[in-house]
Design a protein around this ligand. Structure first.
Ligand code: ATP
Ligand code: MG
Length: 528
């Protein structure tokens, strides 16, 4: 049986009430539940206790006029607007017009009232009533959505935005749970969500609000057609759409027939969420770029300070040696001349290395370092590197090279590997001014190789060790040993490009051991 409309007939004439009842119950389009009152007083009482959908009101009642009844009805039902159809006698049309001004929906002349006329009038008023209710509902929903969206958009923090969204939508839809899930970037996401994946061990963004008892498994949710789900799609200025994830309303306690306006709410929230997500992502990117810019600026001013500081001394030596040669060159012995030329050459080399290091570091800071791996025979690579270094050191140092394990199958960037190990070797020698052994071990494992360089030099104070991989940081015990503090920063950046790690183990006056672990093959995520 369809839902019945509740109708109240107020008329003091029992015969008329009977006629109207008969007419209305014959209506093939609607089903009515009919209440009757033979006076205004009884009618008002019924309206208060059993709210009805429509009133058929006889204008001439024994205890009060129709107009008085309308006033009392509004008062007693606190202004509720139950629609009223007024029934008047012939010639009472003027009064009926007055009643319509008071809010009555329609009026009918009682004499010779036909069934179809009454049915049509009642049906029209009911139709109006439905439209009005629908309009009110839509307006109320729009108001709630606007308030909710305002709350969502009040933040630029993605986590807060998503939490607010699920909480607000869950409260609005009154369902068990509302979930926002970010789909896996690897998933070839189509709009149906069928390729949607989540990894519980490595959770993607997944926020929900609602019952904790509800069995929550996003994958199962997507299979369940009883859930309401809409995609969240980001679009950039070139209007390229990028699937981001899903907004899901979930009901696990019993089946739920989702209404079209509930789907509309979800769609609207998903559009707004997409905008908010994009804004939050943009903010994060801008902040990261600003931070990077700050670091670059700090780095550049550090470079200027270092160059002006580090260049002054060698430049003064070069100038002094050059002017001595120019002024007294003809009178100097060959040996002395050679000594001055050596000073010039050495200082110029030092200055050139400084510039090279700064340029390398700058490339790293700008993420522009070229990284190209090739298969390498590590033993051959290190033997030639060590013999190169050996020529540069005095007899007080001895290099001991040892290689164990399986070193086959290693891929690396030759230039960057050179930077790593020449820096570490030069440190081991430079910071062992009294000489000693420099041990160099290469240990091949199944999927990685481990190198360590151990010296017997001045070591590093514990307090200085944490910052040494930052550009321009030096130990407090270097005294007059030359250096700019760039070597380890460059080394670490090169190691990281290979997907490896570097650690340092040292005690003052006990020597230093630097360990580098590199995967045999490293696939770079983003190209530099
Ligand atoms: P350069 O840029 O010319 O290499 P540097 O040697 O001072 O200058 P890094 O190689 O970055 O710079 O080393 C940073 C600091 O770490 C050094 O100044 C030194 O204090 C400390 N250090 C590095 N290696 C050793 C080592 N083997 N023994 C003792 N101290 C070391
Ligand atoms: Mg160094």
């Amino acid at each position: 049986m369809p839902n019945a409309w509740k109708l109240l007939i107020i008329d003091d004439c029992a015969t008329d009430r009977k006629i109207y009842r008969r007419f209305l119950l014959k209506d093939p389009h609607h089903y009515y539940q009919i209440l009757e009152a033979d006076s205004a007083e009884v009618g008002l009482g019924l309206c208060q206790n059993m709210p009805c959908d429509l009133i058929l009101l006889d204008f001439c009642l024994p205890d009060m006029s129709g107009i008085e009844f309308l006033d009392q009805l509004r008062q007693k039902t606190f202004g509720s607007s139950v629609p009223v159809i007024m029934l008047t006698g012939r010639g009472d049309e003027e009064i009926a017009v007055e009643a319509m001004k008071k809010g009555v929906q329609d009026y009918l002349v009682k004499q010779h009232l036909k069934a179809d006329v009454l049915q049509l009038a009642v049906r029209n008023v009911i139709k109006q009533l439905c439209l009005q209710t629908q309009l009110q509902k839509t307006q109320e929903r729009q108001r709630l959505i606007a308030t909710m969206l305002l709350r969502i958009r009040q933040s630029l923090d993605l986590e807060e935005i998503l939490y607010t969204a699920v909480r607000e939508v869950q409260q609005m839809l009154k369902c068990d749970r509302v979930i926002v899930c970010q789909s896996s970037p690897e998933a070839d996401s189509d709009q149906t969500g069928q390729n949607y994946t989540t990894d519980q061990n490595n959770p993607l963004l997944c926020y929900w609000a609602g019952s904790d008892d509800c069995n929550f498994n996003p994958l199962e949710l997507l299979d369940n057609k009883a859930n309401l789900m809409v995609p969240i799609t980001l679009s950039d200025q070139q209007t390229v759409s990028k699937p981001w994830g899903f907004l899901i309303a979930h009901q696990c306690t019993g089946k739920r027939e989702w209404q079209s306006d509930e789907l509309e709410v979800l769609c609207e929230v998903s559009v707004q969420l997409a905008i908010a997500i994009q804004q939050a992502e943009l903010l994060t990117k801008t902040q990261a770029a600003l931070e990077k810019e700050k670091q670059l600026n700090a780095f550049k001013s550090q470079i200027i300070t270092t160059i002006s500081h580090e260049y002054r001394t060698p430049l003064a030596s070069i100038l002094a040696a050059a002017s001595t040669l120019k002024q007294y060159g003809d009178h100097l012995e060959e040996l002395k001349k050679h000594k001055f030329l050596h000073i010039i050459e050495q200082k110029a080399r030092h200055m050139s290395k400084l510039i090279d290091d700064m340029l390398v570091m700058n490339q790293f800071e700008l993420n522009k370092t070229k990284f190209k791996t090739i298969p390498l025979d590590l033993e051959q690579f290190f033997s030639s590197l060590i013999s190169e270094q050996q020529q540069l050191v005095s007899d007080r140092h001895e290099f001991i090279f040892q290689s164990t394990g399986n070193n086959k199958g290693f891929w690396g960037d030759q230039g960057l590997l050179r930077l790593i190990f020449s820096n570490l070797m030069s440190n081991a020698i430079k910071y062992s001014p009294k000489g000693g052994n420099v041990e160099f071990h290469l240990i091949g494992k199944e999927s990685e190789v481990i190198f360590f360089i151990q010296d017997q030099g001045i070591g590093i104070p514990i307090a200085d060790q944490t910052n040494l991989f930052q550009p321009f940081c030096r130990g407090s015990n270097v005294d007059t040993l030359p250096g700019t503090g760039l070597g380890l920063a460059i080394t670490k950046a090169c190691v990281e490009l290979h997907g490896g790690s570097i650690t340092l183990d040292s005690q003052p006056d006990q020597g230093t051991k630097v360990t580098v672990c590199l995967p045999k093959q490293h696939i770079q995520k983003s190209s530099h």
